[in-house]
Design a protein around this ligand. Structure first.
Ligand code: SF4
Length: 384
């Protein structure tokens, strides 16, 4: 009898075959060359680019240092081509891998909204990936309805790092923060799952305005939040200083200096984060330890794939070692030993398939922590 994990391997192949027949060989080749067909998911899930560039001009954003333009263009693949690229990506598991929209651009700019909705809809229809979108746009009634049609349980993160004059300085071309919050509350009443995304916390700005931010958000109807730290490059330090954030405040929190234009360094911020968290709780907010945690909650699915877990309701199902072995064989590999003890799966003596692919695939498929040792590796086995 085929177990659920091996069935996921087969389901993935079937989706890829059906999509290839739908889009044709030429489009399939183009999609296979796209980075969505190769990239490894990040902690928050598989990041999906809905456009290239962004016009909001947020001064704390790292995309300027990555060479993205200030005038956005929709991403060139169609929705089905993107779904195909994900279906052939070896790390992606249908129904399981989380999809994250909005990491290198604002998805709902006028130029990219249709493309973002097309991608969200196609990825849900073909692959059933639990999706999350982060945005600074206004969640208008029309957008809310289209989002809910595209992915009924989508997790939405509304980014707010400051209000009033500070928001205008930090996010010069994004919609006003207060209006974003007001419409997000309305979106919650229309049935969308929206959390306040207070990221990046700007030391000396966000923490000082935290009381005002959470009070306003609570009055609007929001009650969930995710907090996040600031990452800086030399360019971000310059831009923040230019709008009035004291450079010394930021540099005092640097664990090391950024080494190059693209080098992103996360500030030491546990004290600031704890202060902001305590303000959020005082206003009745439920805090999630990370963005993906809100995604799991929104989709009603459990996860214990990292030390923040368990997230979502209950605990993930624990597979039998034989089921894990069978899935690896379905991927073309062999294993010497599998040990399963919640929340960890340990695989030893893997051969015939890339251990990183096996680890990522099984971790997404089971939503448990997975470690993999290759055949011939002298690494001592880590007991669960
Ligand atoms: S356990 Fe929670 S934080 Fe960790 S990957 Fe899963 S959802 Fe994300």
């Amino acid at each position: 009898m085929t177990g659920e994990l091996a069935r996921l391997v087969e389901w993935k192949r079937r989706i890829a075959r059906e999509l290839e027949e739908t889009i044709g060989r030429e489009a399939a080749e183009r999609a296979r060359r796209d980075h969505h067909a190769r990239r490894r998911p990040r902690h928050c899930g598989m990041t999906i680019h809905t456009g290239i560039g962004c016009s909001y001009g947020c001064v704390y954003c790292y995309i300027w240092d990555m060479g993205f333009p200030g005038k956005p263009e929709p991403y060139p693949l169609t929705g089905e081509e993107l779904a195909y690229a994900l279906a052939v990506n070896p790390y992606v598991v249908p129904g399981k891998t989380m999809a994250a929209y909005g990491s290198v651009t604002e998805p709902f700019q006028p130029e990219t909204t249709s493309k973002a909705l097309e991608y969200i809809e196609a990825v849900w229809r073909w692959l059933r990936l639990p999706s999350q979108v982060s945005t600074k746009s206004l969640l208008t009634g029309d957008l809310v309805e289209r989002l809910r049609r595209a992915e009924p349980r989508i997790s939405v993160l509304l980014t707010i790092v400051a209000l009033g004059e500070w928001a205008r300085r930090l996010e010069p071309r994004a919609p006003p923060a207060e209006e974003r919050i007001e419409l997000a509350g309305e979106a919650v009443r229309r049935g969308l799952r929206v959390a306040l995304f207070v990221r990046p916390i700007i030391p000396g700005v966000t923490d000082r305005q935290a009381d005002e931010i959470f009070a306003l958000a609570r009055r609007s109807g929001l009650s969930e939040a995710v907090l996040g730290s600031l990452r800086v490059t030399p360019g971000i330090l310059d831009r923040l200083e230019a709008v009035g954030v004291p450079r010394s405040l930021l540099e005092a929190r640097l664990p090391r200096k950024p080494r190059s234009r693209r080098d992103q360094v996360t500030l030491r911020m546990s004290d600031v984060k704890a202060r902001v968290a305590s303000v959020a709780r005082r206003h009745g907010f439920l805090l999630y330890p990370s963005a993906c945690s809100h995604n799991m909650e929104s989709h009603g699915e459990p996860c214990h794939a990292c030390n923040y877990g368990p997230c979502g309701p209950g605990r993930p199902r624990v597979p039998q070692p034989g089921e894990v072995r069978e899935a690896v064989e379905a991927m073309g590999g062999r294993v010497r030993e599998v040990v399963v003890e919640y929340p960890r799966i340990v695989i030893e003596g893997l051969s015939g398939v890339d251990p990183v692919v096996v680890r990522e695939f099984l971790s997404a498929a089971t939503r448990l922590m997975v470690s993999v040792g290759s055949a011939g590796s002298s690494r001592r086995r880590r007991r669960p």
